[in-house]
Design a binder for this molecule. Structure first.
Ligand code: GUN
Ligand code: FE
Length: 424
């Protein structure tokens, strides 16, 4: 049987947002790319499968990055003293314009893809740039990496001085069709419609993208209610909208059964917007590092969870400087504590278990049955070597996982499996 094996080690995964299960010296069984469960002793029926022995190491689900910008990796950690709109104009748009040059794009994307491959992330939703050929090049590289990703050629036809902007709605739409036609042969790397955000897209472009979405049943990703300056601008641009989310909904680009949608940030989403997201099953990519760097604010993740919204984590490279979703987990806890302490004692801070769930099963749901080792889940797994943190204290698996959320580095990922395939 293809992609069938047993991983032996100290296994940990989420059973629910509130609870993770740990099995020291456990057996994680993979049958044809899916988990058959985690066992304390190996059941008889699986004893003929090959066992990969990672005794003493942690085995956890692969992490899910619901929101990152591949072209921004080149200038991560620059301009972090700015707010969103200035940062976009000064750093982002000029940097993205360079991806018109395929030699530049190839070299930059090689570095990004290799670092993502070595990172704890197994699946990601990625923005490229507005350039069709560079986006296809990124997708080719991701396809070869073994990672599973949804990638978007960015649409943007207004409010940008740099050549990263497309000439007009017609050009943006015809290039989008050319891009979609060019990525039909990929298996792990699939297209996701990517209007950059409302200020970047004319009504004509949004209408065309809505039509394309309905014709082809494509998923959608964008930014929502990230920053005060941005939100005020959307209200000016779309005075008819009752909230920012309504501006996407007006064009049929805001969730629903045939339009899987992930919106980054939602820092300032009010009651109406949250109710609409819940009704439409829109996923939220919570990006705590970016929201801190760009002084956007602190998203009320506790409220999202209590209200039953769908949430995962995003690095938002390069709003966030770090690729690691373990870092995003730690920051999600940290900023939730500051929000609770400084502004809102009603919303309890996140726990480590909740942050781990967000970065695995919470975001994984955007990709199907992904992000847990419960039977039936696609098997994305990381083997983490935490021996550099070990010592006489002899911590439990639970405490070791908690430490890795705060202290892990890419080099600690010693083996990685995506949908039952070993990447390294
Ligand atoms: N809003 C529109 N474009 C961007 C971007 O590139 N990064 C972030 N964080 N927000 C955006
Ligand atoms: Fe972003």
């Amino acid at each position: 049987m293809k992609n069938s094996f047993v991983l032996r080690g100290d296994v940990a995964y989420s059973l629910s947002p509130k609870e993770w299960r740990t099995v020291p010296g456990g057996y994680l069984v993979c049958v044809e790319g899916r988990s058959a469960g985690v066992f304390e002793t190996l059941p008889e029926q699986y004893t003929s499968l090959p066992v990969l022995d990672f005794s003493g190491k942690l085995i956890v689900p692969g992490l899910i990055d619901l929101h990152a910008h591949a072209p921004q990796y080149t200038y991560r950690a620059l301009g972090m003293d700015l707010e969103l709109l200035d940062w976009l104009n000064i750093h982002t748009f000029p940097a993205e314009a360079r991806y018109a040059d395929l030699d530049f794009a190839g070299a930059a994307y090689d570095r990004f893809v290799e670092d993502l491959r070595r990172s704890p992330t197994t699946r990601a939703c990625l923005f490229a740039t507005s350039h069709t050929d560079a986006t296809l090049l990124l997708m080719e590289k991701l396809e070869r990496s073994g990672l599973i990703t949804q990638v978007g050629k960015v649409n943007m036809d207004r409010n940008c001085d740099s050549p990263a902007r497309e000439a007009d709605a017609r050009t943006s739409l015809s290039e989008t069709v050319r891009w979609l036609d060019g990525c039909g042969s990929f298996h792990r790397t699939t297209p996701i419609l990517t209007p950059r955000f409302i200020p970047s897209c004319t009504d004509e472009l949004m209408e065309g993208l809505g039509k394309l979405q309905r014709e082809r049943g494509l998923p959608v990703q964008s930014h929502l209610s990230e920053n005060f300056g941005e939100i005020a601008w959307v209200q000016e641009l779309c005075p008819w909208s009752s909230c920012y989310g309504d501006a996407y909904d007006h064009f049929g680009l805001f969730g629903g059964e045939n339009c899987p949608t992930v919106m980054a940030h939602c820092v300032h989403s009010g009651a109406e917007e949250r109710a609409l997201m819940k009704e439409r099953g829109v996923f939220i990519a919570h990006c705590p590092e970016s929201n801190t760097n760009l002084s956007s604010g602190i998203a009320p993740v506790r409220a999202f969870l209590t209200e039953g919204l769908r949430v995962g984590l995003g690095s938002d490279v390069a709003g966030g400087a770090q690729l690691s979703i373990f870092k995003a987990m730690a920051l999600a806890v940290q900023v939730s504590k500051l929000r609770w302490r400084l502004t809102d004692q009603e919303l309890a801070p996140l726990t480590a278990a909740e942050a781990f769930w967000l970065g695995t099963a919470g975001g994984g749901a955007f990709f199907g049955k992904v992000g847990s080792f419960e039977p039936g889940y696609e098997l994305d797994a990381l083997v983490l070597d935490d021996t550099r943190l070990s010592g006489p204290h002899n911590h439990t698996v639970s405490k070791r996982l908690e430490q890795m959320i705060y202290l892990s580095e890419s080099a600690d990922v010693t083996a990685k499996f995506v949908a039952g395939q070993r990447l390294f």
